[in-house]
Design a binder for this molecule. Sequence first.
Ligand code: AMP
Length: 419
Amino acid sequence: MQTIDKFNFSGKKAFVRVDFNVPVDENFQITDDTRIRAALPTLKKILADGGSLIIASHMGRPKKNPDTKFSLKVIVPHVSKLLGVNLKFASDCMGAETAALASSLKAGEALLLENLRFYAEEEGKPRGEFATDEEKAEAKKAVKESQKKFTATLASYADCYVNDAFGTAHRAHASTALIAKHFDESNKMFGYLMEKEVNAVEKIMKDTARPFTAIMGGSKVSSKIEIIENLLTKVDNLIIAGGMTYTFTKALGGKIGNSICEDDKLDLALELLDKAKKNGVNMVLAVDAKIADNFSNDANTSFVKVDAIPDGWEGLDIGPETEKIFSDVIKNSKTILWNGPTGVFEFDNFTSGSRAVGNAIVEATKNGAFSLVGGGDSVACVNKFGLFDGVSYVSTGGGALLEAIEGRVLPGIEAIRGY
Ligand code: AMP
C-alpha cells in the first residue's frame, strides 16, 4: 500500500479530500478551526515536496447548487494563513474554468474547490420531493449515472489521490471512495490524519493489548446496540455508564424513579448481560447514583443505590462508589476505549463521574495503556476537563469512528487499501 511518507509529490498534482466542514457564525467567521488544523501536516508535506494541491471538501448540508450560505469561499483567508500560501479558489468544483485552474497549478500552489455537496452527485442521492417510489428510484438511478462523470472529472484534475477526511470515511461518496478507482495502487493513499485514525482504531480492535476495557456512556442503549454487541466479542471489561444505566437497572428489577429509560429495550438489556456472561466479558454496571429532583444543574441532589431511586428523582451521574469501581477497572487496563459521558456532564454539578473516568484513563495511559477517546460527547468531556494531552488518541471522526467500532468496513478506507 502506498503511504504519504514514502510518496514524493514533486511535480505532481494531488487531489486531497479533507474535512473542512467547520462551524461558522452568522458573520461567516470560523468558530472552531480544529478540522482545518488537523489536515495541515498532509497539505504541508505535499507543498514541501514540490507538489501542488487541489483541496476538496464538503460543508454543511446544501440543498441546491449553489447554496451560498455553505460556500467554502469564507474559509479561504484562514486556510491561506495557516498553510502559508495564497490559496486559489474555484467557485465551482466542476466546469472548464476549474479544470483550467487545476491544470495551471505550479509546484507549491494550492487550489480549493467549492463545496462538493453543491452537487447531488457527491453523495449520489437525488434531491427534492417525489410523488411516487418509482419516481424516486428513477431519480436515484439518474444521479448514480451522472455520479460517474462527476467522479471522473474530479479525478481528472490530479495525478494522485490523498484521502485525509476520516470524518466522512464511512460514506461511499464520489470524493471519499469512488474517486479512488481512477488511480492505481501507487498513486492513492491516506493522509497523515486518516493514517493516525485508522491506526488508532486498529490498535484497539485488532492489535489489542489486554485487558481491554470499553466505557460506553451517553443517553441511550438504542443508539449504541451494534457497538455494544461488537464490543462483547472483543473486550474483557465493558463499563456501562450514563443514561443507559437505568435501562439495565430497571431490566434487573431495580427502582429508577424518573431516570431516563428505554422501556422497549429492557429485554435487549438482559440479552446483552447474558451475552456478556457467555463471552466471559465482565460487564460493569453502576452501583450508586447522584440523583436530582429535576433535570437542571441547580436541582436538589442526593446519593442513593442505583436500584433504589425514589419517584420524582432521576439519576444524572454515577455516585462515588461507582466512580471507584470504574476507576479501578480502568487503571488495570492496557487498552481503553471511551465513548460517552457517565452523566449529564453539561451541568457542572454532574461532571464528577465523567471526570473520574477521564482521570483514571489518563493514569492508565501514563502506565502504558493505549487509550482512544471518540464520539462527540466524550471528546467534549476530555476538552472540558483539560485531559486531551493525557490520553493516547482523541478521534476526530464521530460517525466514522462508531461505525469502525461496530466492526463495519468503511468505504473510504477500503477504497484505498482494500481488505
Ligand atoms: P450520546 O449522544 O448518546 O453519547 O449521549 C450524550 C448525552 O447523554 C449527553 O448530552 C449527556 O448529557 C446525556 N446523558 C448522560 N447521562 C445521562 C443521564 N443520566 N440522564 C440523562 N442524560 C444523560
